[in-house]
Design a protein around this ligand. Structure first.
Ligand SMILES: COc1cccc(Cn2ccc3ccc(-c4cc(N)[nH]n4)cc32)c1
Length: 239
């Protein structure tokens, strides 16, 4: 998979080459290009922003600079991802979709965002997603790109040490993951639940499913509502 990121703060994307992703890059599973948007400016000030039409606070990123950058970076097979607070939610399902793509390009906005015509024009040639990583406002798209790239890269075969790791992912069965424990058996007078030390894997699996259902009901009831009735067995319904 080829990943390209266009940003005015290329150094912000340095963590992409660390740890897990660094190994994936070394193994040739992913190749990453980080591009400085200002490389496409022509003026001495390398201006990338201007005042918003209609007035309002802050500045908006200029369409012409972004247009030239995306013309150079995108190809016919590109999936262009534009992080924005106004985007569709980035979910585990979308992460799986992106993991099957050959070329992802991320457009990192700053200021009050990118002139809408950049997305509208790009959508004439490539698939474009405006995505949000949560209902809070960041200062720019770079942090969102780091989160999205990590969520996608870990799904690529060979990236995670244990390929089974994401089979048990939170959201994999539409539920939140329950609590995890490791040694010691008692820590600060807090004991590991007995069932986990019972060796009875039927009971352990049942306990873990119950913990997931209860945690999801308490913290994310919206996830339960979006699951089909057949996702729940008769034991689940008895909870
Ligand atoms: C576009 O509308 C905006 C309104 C007020 C501030 C900003 C700041 N900003 C600039 C580019 C940018 C890219 C992504 C995000 C972002 C994504 C999520 N989930 N939260 N915040 C925020 C961004 C943008």
């Amino acid at each position: 998979m080829q990943i390209d990121v266009v940003t005015i703060f290329p150094e912000y994307l340095a963590p992409l080459r660390a740890a897990l992703l660094g190994k994936a890059i070394d193994k040739g599973l992913i190749s990453v290009g980080v591009h400085d948007l200002r490389d496409w400016t022509q003026d001495v000030h390398k201006a990338v922003d201007d005042s918003p039409y209609g007035g309002g606070p802050g500045m908006v990123m200029k369409p012409d600079i972004w247009g030239q950058a995306l013309d150079d970076v995108c190809t016919d097979s590109t999936r262009l991802i534009v992080p924005t607070p106004a985007g569709r939610p980035f979910t585990q399902a979308l992460a799986h979709e992106y993991a099957s793509e050959s070329h992802l390009v991320f457009a990192c906005g700053r200021y009050e965002g990118i002139d809408q015509r950049v997305v509208d024009d790009a959508a004439r040639r490539v698939r474009v997603d405006e995505v949000s990583i949560g209902d809070y406002v960041l200062v720019g798209g770079e942090v969102a790109v780091l989160a999205i790239v990590e969520a996608v890269a870990r799904l690529l075969p060979g990236v995670l040490g244990n390929p089974k790791s994401h089979a048990e992912d939170s959201f994999q069965d539409g539920l939140l993951e329950g609590p995890s424990y490791t040694r010691p058996e008692v820590w600060r007078e807090l004991a590991v639940p007995d069932v986990l030390r019972s060796g009875n894997h039927k009971l352990i699996n049942r306990w873990r499913r119950d913990q997931s259902l209860v945690r999801t009901f308490e913290r994310r009831p919206d996830l339960l509502e979006s699951l089909p009735a057949e996702a729940f067995d008769k034991h689940d319904r008895a909870l």
